[in-house]
Design a protein around this ligand. Structure first.
Ligand SMILES: C[S@@+](CC[C@H](N)C(=O)[O-])C[C@H]1O[C@@H](n2cnc3c(N)ncnc32)[C@H](O)[C@@H]1O
Length: 288
C-alpha cells in the first residue's frame, strides 16, 4: 500500500500542487529575523541540507538522492550549493508521481529523474552518498515509516549522510494537539472528514523519528527541534487574504480557530502566527 491508493491522498496531492513551491504563502515563516518561505529559501535550504553534507570529503560524482522529491527543486538547489563548495554531485529526484517528474524535466533538467515507490526503489544497495527526505513521511502510515527509512538505509552508502526534515514536534509535547488541530483545519478547508485525515496523516515526533532511524541502522548525528526557530503563519485571515476560499470554507475554518482559541490550547504566539512544529535530523549509515 502506498501513499496514493485512496481518495484522500489524491486530494492531498492536489492541494499540495496548488499550494506547494511556487506559492509564496504556503510555507511563509519567520526565520533569523526575516520572512522566508521554508520550501524555497536558499539560505534555509543551505542551513538544513547543504551544510550537513559539506564536511564530508569532496568527491566527484557523489550521488545526492532526494526521496519524494516532487519537482526536484531541493535536489537542484542543494547540488548547486555543494558544487560551489567543490563537491560535484549527481542529483537524483525520486518520486512516484508522474506529474512531478514531468515538472522536474521542465524546471530542473539537471536532476536525474527516477519514478519509483520509496517502499521499493530500484536503487542498488550502498549507492547513495547524500540523502534528503523533506515532508514525505506523512504520506505513509506510521507502520510504514520504518520500511521507508529501511529502504533508504539500504540504498545509502556506509558512512553516507541523510537529512530528514519534517513536521511534528507538537505530537509528543502536547499529546495529539498538533494532529488534531491540523486535522480539523484541513477538514474545514477541504470539506473532508476529520477521522479520515487523522488516520491518513502521520507526523512522527522528532524523538520517534530518531528511534525509528536507529532501529533501521542509522546513527543520529544531530537532531534539532525548530519549533521556536521557524515561526510559520496560518490563520483564517491569512488564508482569506491569499487564497480563494468560499464562504463555507471560511466559516468552517474560522469556527475551528475560534474553538481552539477558546480552549486556550491554540499553539499561537499571537492572533496570527502559528508555531509550526518542524525539526531536522541528521543521520548517518553506520560504516561497519
Ligand atoms: C509534501 S510533498 C514534498 C515534496 C518535496 N520533498 C518537498 O519538500 O518539496 C510529498 C512528496 O512525496 C511523494 N510521495 C508520496 N508517496 C510516495 C511514494 N510512495 N513513493 C515516492 N514518492 C512518494 C509525493 O509525490 C510528493 O512529491
Amino acid at each position: 500500500m502506498t501513499g496514493f491508493t485512496n481518495d484522500y491522498e489524491r486530494r492531498v496531492q492536489g492541494a499540495y500542487s496548488r499550494f506547494g513551491p511556487g506559492s509564496n504563502v504556503w510555507g511563509s515563516a519567520e526565520w533569523g529575523g526575516h520572512t522566508i518561505n521554508i520550501y524555497t529559501n536558499h539560505e534555509f535550504i543551505h542551513y538544513l541540507f547543504t551544510q550537513p553534507f559539506l564536511d564530508s570529503q569532496p568527491k566527484d560524482g557523489a550521488v545526492l538522492a532526494d526521496f519524494g522529491s516532487s519537482d526536484g527543486y531541493v535536489a537542484d538547489t542543494v547540488s548547486s550549493q555543494l558544487r560551489r563548495s567543490g563537491h560535484r554531485v549527481l542529483p537524483v529526484g525520486i518520486d512516484m508521481n508522474h506529474m512531478y517528474l514531468i515538472a522536474m524535466e521542465g524546471r530542473h533538467p539537471k536532476v536525474r529523474r527516477l519514478r519509483a515507490d520509496l517502499l521499493n526503489m530500484p536503487l542498488p544497495d550502498d549507492s547513495v552518498d547524500f540523502g534528503i527526505l523533506r515532508f514525505v513521511l506523512p504520506y505513509f502510515s506510521r507502520e510504514q515509516h520504518s520500511r521507508v527509512l529501511g529502504e533508504i538505509h539500504r540504498a545509502m552508502k556506509k558512512g553516507g549522510r541523510f537529512v530528514a526534515y519534517n513536521d511534528g514536534g507538537f505530537d509528543e509535547q502536547t499529546g495529539k494537539l498538533y494532529n488534531q488541530f491540523f486535522a480539523e483545519s484541513a477538514a474545514a478547508l477541504g470539506g473532508w472528514d476529520v477521522e479520515t485525515i487523522k488516520a491518513s496523516r502521520n507526523y512522527p515526533s522528532c524523538e520517534t523519528l530518531q528511534e525509528t532511524a536507529r532501529q533501521d541502522g542509522f546513527d543520529v548525528r544531530h537532531a534539532k527541534d525548530l519549533t521556536g526557530e521557524v515561526v510559520g503563519f496560518l490563520s483564517p485571515e491569512i488564508y482569506a487574504s491569499r487564497f480563494v476560499m468560499d464562504r463555507n470554507q471560511k466559516r468552517r475554518l474560522t469556527n475551528v480557530f475560534r474553538r481552539w482559541k477558546k480552549s486556550g490550547k491554540l499553539p499561537f504566539d499571537d492572533g496570527l502566527r502559528l508555531r509550526r512544529a518542524t525539526y531536522t535530523v541528521i543521520l548517518e549509515k553506520q560504516s561497519f
